[in-house]
Structures are given as structure tokens and as C-alpha cells.
Design a protein around this ligand. Sequence first.
Ligand code: ZN
Length: 390
Amino acid sequence: MQSGFTLGRLAGIRIKIDWSWLLIFAFLTWNLGVAFGQMHPGWTIALRWSMALIASFLFFIAVLAHELAHSLVAQAQGVPVRSITLFLFGGVSDIQKEPPSPRAEFLITIVGPITSVVLGIILALAGGFLAGSAAFTPGQTTSILSQFSPLVTLLLWLGSINILVGLFNLIPGFPLDGGRLVRSILWAITDDLRRATHSASILGQAIAWLMILSGIAMFFGIQIPFFGAGILNGIWLAFIGWFLYNASVQSYRQVVVQDLLEDVPVTRLMRLNPPTVTADQSVGELVHDRLMATDERAFPVVDDGRFLGLITLEDIRSVDKNAWATTTAREIMTPVASLVTMNVNEDASTAINKLRQQDVRQLPVMEDGRLTGLIRRRDILKWLQLQTAN
Ligand SMILES: [Zn+2]
């Protein structure tokens, strides 16, 4: 889910579109165009396809509303949200860390399906109301459906699809919303987030397999309750199951990583006495004497034993090459006050969480305000490889 483009910002949250979303948008529009054609033989081709386009567009606005509901409640609960991405399987919110409590996770999660279902009911009721007040031609032999106006058709379809989206997300397969609700409840009961995640992801994998097998059964023409039958629907359900399975396994792996790193002191994995630079050193010196002379990508700035800040490869890259001789380390470093740091008595699982949250490669490890080392992402990965080799 890397490639795509940013649509804009809503409430400080970046709204992104992944390229794979264009595929599902085209697929949905095509399906709707065909369905509208069968339902309404009287519609012109232009009307049929423009209605299909409008309907899929509004559907994705509704998906966005579902994700926005998660994100806004997350922010209200003190959990930062960086972005919302629309992709092949709908929407996903990039929520930066685990919720602070089971109650917070429950609230953040439940608002998504509630938004979809309530929106769906309102739209369906509006459609039903308009359909009821319209006069039908008596004695018509064609189905009632074909007499619905474009607006009524749109409202009824959007209404029912949003209710479906809400219900689908309540399937208890972690990391679907339903699975997250299960996790928050297990978490509240056991007071152990790791164990709760583990159980929820095992349940998620079981449900994913059920979806894959149901999809295969549908492919071969067997009727599955709620999902029906059919080759395309079967492939689609199996595909979603496969995606859910991967997501569940991944969240389980995160639990394993947490377990392996818990109680491992950060001091055992950190790099002691990393090469440092002084505040008045020029960027040019830094590049030649440190960056190119070692295989480090980050250098603590230390003056008279005082830790002042950190310089990374990215900081150096932001300096124009012509200014290397005249720019000092102090000017481009991230000062210690703006750095997230580790304490010597914290463990490696805290380190990996901080590294992930900050999206950085290393963190300074401090003792009584003094720098004792750097904990780097690759050192933790090396340790993990050692633990998981059979
Ligand atoms: Zn959701």
C-alpha cells in the first residue's frame, strides 16, 4: 500500500488514494452500469452509465465517512492518525499506536460500522419514501424496480450497500472492526493486550479460511448464505479472505515480536559509544570523516560530554552541496528537546514501538541526561533473526 496519491486533508488527516483503488472503482462502476441496464431497460445508455459513475463515487464518499469516523474518535481519544487510504478492499486508517485502553479501542472501532449502518438506513428510508410517493403506472407487467426514478434507484442502492458494509465490517475477524471489538472485550477481561490480540488474530485467521473456502464453494456454484453464489463473487470473497488472513498473521507476528523483545534490556541491543560529531563541525567534515568513513546513518552531536542533538542522513541530504563547508552540525541537527529518546532501563519492545511510531531508524539511549548509546532498527532486526532461526 505504498503507491498512490494524496487527495487532500480533512481535519488534519491526509486522504490518500492507492492505485489499486482505481481498479475497484472501475469494477464497481462496470457492475453497476450492467445492473442498471438490466433493471431499467428504459434508461438511455448515457443515463445508465452516468448513474453508475455517480453511485460508485458516492459509495467511496461513504467509505471515507466510515474511516473518518474511526479517525476522529481516535484523535479525540488521544491517538494520532496520520492518514486514511482508499484501496482495493475499501478504506484503512493509519492509526499511529495501540489505543490507550479497551474502552478507547471499543469506541474508536464501533463508530465506523455505526456510521455506515445509520447512513445506510437514512438513505434507504429516503429512497423508500420517494418511491412510495411516486405514482406507479397501474397494470404494468414489468417489475416495480424498473419504474423507480434514477434518484430512488441511487438512494436504495447506496442505502443497502452501506448497511452491508457496516455489517461486513462487524465480522469478528481481526483486524476487521468486528475482530477489534472482540479484542477490546478480551483485553478488558484479561487486562493483557498481547494475549487479547493473539486470540483475536487466531479467530481472524479461522474466519479468513472460512471466507476462502466459501469463496471456492461459490466458484463451483454452491449457494452460501448471505454471500450467494457465482464465479466472480466467489473469487472476490476468496480474495478478501486471503487478504484478511495475511493481515491477521501479520498482527499475530507483531505480538510475537513484542513477546520476544519484552524484558530484553535496550542496553543489550544498543550500539555503545557511537561515532559523534561536535556542534561546530561543518557538514563537509561530517560527510567525509563520519558518514563515508563509517556505516552509520545517524550521528549524535556531543559537546564537552553534553548531548545536544542528532543528525541523520536525511538532515545532511537537505543541505545544498555548495553550502556544506559553511553549514555547521548545530544548524541542521534535531535538538535533543525535539527528539524521542529511550532510557537505559527500558526494554526493546518499547524501543521497537517508539521506532515505529516516530518512523525513524534509531533512538538515542539516555542515562541521567547523558547519552550512552544508540538503539538502531537494524540491531533489533538482527536480534529477532537470531531468535526466529528455527
Ligand atoms: Zn471500520
